[in-house]
Design a protein around this ligand. Sequence first.
Ligand code: DX5
Ligand code: ZN
Length: 223
Amino acid sequence: MLYIAPSLLAADFSDLRTEITRVEDAGANYLHLDVMDGHFVPNISFGPGLISSIRPHTNLLFDVHLMISEPLRYVGDFIKAGADIVTFHYESVEDPMATFKAIKQKEIACGIAISPKTPADVLLPFVGVADSLMVMTVEPGFGGQKLIPETLDKVRMLRRYANRRGINLMLEVDGGIGENNASYCTEAGANVLVAGSALFKTKRPRSVMAKMREAELEHPFLG
Ligand code: DX5
Ligand code: ZN
């Protein structure tokens, strides 16, 4: 199954409840929440306060993408705020496996993300271990960028590696994704597509999402 995760970063923040309802009604699976600290990435977005205030207004799973230094220090706050999955960046910590294990002790689904310049090999120890893996298809920090095609080679490599071992990997791609390139992502092996601008900056999110879902029929990710 293909999971679609609208990224709230591209929403109209003056009317979040309406914006979230719109993508939920359009058939989203997750709400992707980009947390940026102005340190790990050169931009600041929002924190647990905003997440807990929207939590009562939607049934979507909260996919919290931590683009912050010291994720372990703050992860508890995001769990309390209502995160269902927390993903931290491989590059943001000294010992990613230790960080992963410490987060798992808090009994939450945990993913690991890599930025475009980080090779996919670093994620191999997490295949079959982490709840999901995320390949960033743009440099983290800003919405509305163009997908970097070479990053999809990493998706392909990780999907093959998992398939050869019979592992049903949740493999997420994030950045610059929309109706015109969703099928490249699923062809490479992604089964979770994050889309900010494509779903929030359109008047017809339902039809964009339907087009994105056609990508699954063209390229079933386990095939
Ligand atoms: C980038 C974020 C993405 C971004 C996606 O740092 O992690 O989730 O908001 O937005 P679009 O789809 O506009 O590239
Ligand atoms: Zn993100």
